[in-house]
Design a protein around this ligand. Structure first.
Ligand code: ZN
Length: 479
């Protein structure tokens, strides 16, 4: 009997930049986060990402920082008048369309993008919980704040045929005045902001995907009773359920655990989405070939598990594709999202075949195993209890390769506690060393456009940095 049923898959497979320069293939070592650039290297990085995600079955690319990062001007439209920036962004939109990828409009809803406006037009400035002027948020109770939001949306849509809109209202905080969070509570207020914005977008663009990312609606910390990440309370949930009538996806990303308990997911009137359970955040300062963090198997396992619990959308973080681990993570995840029941190892081998063109089946399988061993060498050292006890946080979710706010090349934070302890570093170092030996043995067996050489550089650099870290800690680091 022919089984022509559609494979179990994610309906919405969205690649997330997440900022436009996080995907660039050359570092900006002194650049404060997030980098505002839109230069040739930005375009090259995005183009390479488009190549990987289109081949892997993603439908969308979502990235912040197209026209501005934190500072839209009060007239909004002058952010769109730089001819060079416009030319480069137009090129990105053309290349996305050529590859069948729709781009999403990033909207900081009252926060992210409004720092200049709240200074130059203090009437729209929100207040923090202590009643002081908010450093980032507009007040959602002011119609003039909505005029800015609507003008930005209108200007963006006039320029480009966006396929989706990413709404994010609390990453940098929110207004706590008596008409905002002071009246409705944090979740109630943010849900209302998102519903109103979604209604405005849908009225004009009914086919555009509208999704909400609720980061910071609930603080990242463990609940004393359950010992797990705090979730929405019984008072919060009705607000989220009401919002779900206005949007297409509630993207409960899960930086340190999710906010919606699995048993509540079927009650949502929209699709439920995550960011796939585990992801590295790359920023733009870190040397692109100085670390190597593959997680194809863990990523696939999370995607399968989340799908089994009703998740049908994913906002999957990307990074600099020149780093072979980033490329493999994205390529495997897209294929798994397109058919979640596939054997992850077989998907990995398919990706290795495509990008490395092994001259023998054995060489391809051996290289796939090197990726698997390196994944285990690093992530196998993570200990859930250590995150709980030392940080009062769930195991990531999201972890940073370096840091966010800084203006010099970062320390390699992912090699310290709580990620790795001394025993973990010792084991990781052995894993890196074993990989270098395997890569030396595999040299010359692929038509891989330099990937094996880049991988070798990444693994060697990771070992250098790890050994230096261990030296500084007084831990044995030599053979
Ligand atoms: Zn307010």
């Amino acid at each position: 009997m022919v089984n022509d049923a559609k494979p179990a898959s994610y309906d919405y497979r969205i690649a997330f930049g997440c900022w436009i320069n996080d995907m660039r293939n050359s570092a900006l070592p002194l650049q404060q986060w997030p980098a505002p650039h839109c230069d040739d290297a930005t375009v090259e990085g995005v183009t390479r990402t488009l190549d990987v995600i289109s081949a892997a079955g993603y439908g969308y690319l979502d990235m912040f920082g197209l026209y501005a990062t934190g500072n839209y001007p009060p007239d909004i439209v002058s952010a769109f008048t730089d001819p060079e920036r416009n030319r480069r962004l137009d090129l990105i939109f053309t290349r996305a369309a050529d590859r069948g990828i729709r781009l999403c409009l990033p909207l900081g809803l009252m926060t992210w993008g409004w720092d200049r406006i709240i200074v130059e037009d203090p009437e729209v400035r929100g207040v923090d919980a202590a009643g002081n002027p908010h450093p980032h948020a507009m007040c959602g109770a002011k119609e003039k704040s909505w005029a800015y939001i609507e003008k930005l949306l209108d200007t963006m849509f006039a320029r480009h045929d966006f396929g989706g809109v990413h709404l994010e209202s609390a990453d940098l905080g929110y207004c706590s005045c008596p008409q905002c969070a002071g009246e409705y509570g944090v979740v109630g207020y943010n849900a209302r902001l998102n519903a109103r914005a979604a209604d405005y977008i849908k009225a004009q663009h009914p086919d555009v995907l509208v999704y909400t990312c609720p980061i910071s609606w609930v603080p990242f910390s463990l609940d004393k009773g359950t010992g797990r990440q705090k979730t929405f309370t019984a008072e919060d949930l009705p607000h989220v359920l009401e919002l779900s009538r206005h949007i297409d996806i509630f993207m409960d990303q899960g930086h340190h655990g999710r906010y919606v308990p699995w048993e509540e997911v079927p009650r949502l009137q929209c699709a439920y989405g995550t960011s796939g359970g585990l992801w590295a955040y790359h920023g733009s300062r870190q040397d692109r070939l100085s670390y190597f963090l593959p997680y194809p198997l863990r990523g696939a396992a999370h995607l399968r598990d989340h799908h089994d619990h009703g998740t049908r959308a994913c906002l999957y973080y990307q990074g600099p594709m020149i780093n072979p681990a980033v490329e493999v993570n994205s390529a495997v995840a897209g294929r798994v999202m397109s058919e979640v029941t596939r054997d992850p190892k077989a998907v990995l081998e398919e990706v290795i075949e495509l990008y490395y063109q092994p001259r023998s089946t054995g060489a391809g399988q051996h290289l796939a195993q090197v990726f698997v061993d390196l994944e285990e060498a690093y992530f196998g050292q993570w200990d859930e209890q250590r995150f709980h006890e030392t940080q009062n946080l769930e195991m990531p979710g999201e972890f940073l390769v370096g840091t966010l706010f800084n203006t010099s090349p970062d320390a390699v934070t992912h090699m310290g506690e709580p990620y790795l302890d001394a025993a973990g570093r010792a084991a990781y170092r052995q894993g890196l060393k074993a990989a270098l030996a395997a890569l030396e043995q595999l040299s010359g067996q692929f038509d891989d456009d330099g990937r094996l050489d880049r991988m070798t550089r990444c693994v060697a650099m990771a070992h250098h940095l790890l050994a230096t870290f261990m030296l500084a800690r007084g831990e044995p680091w030599m053979d």
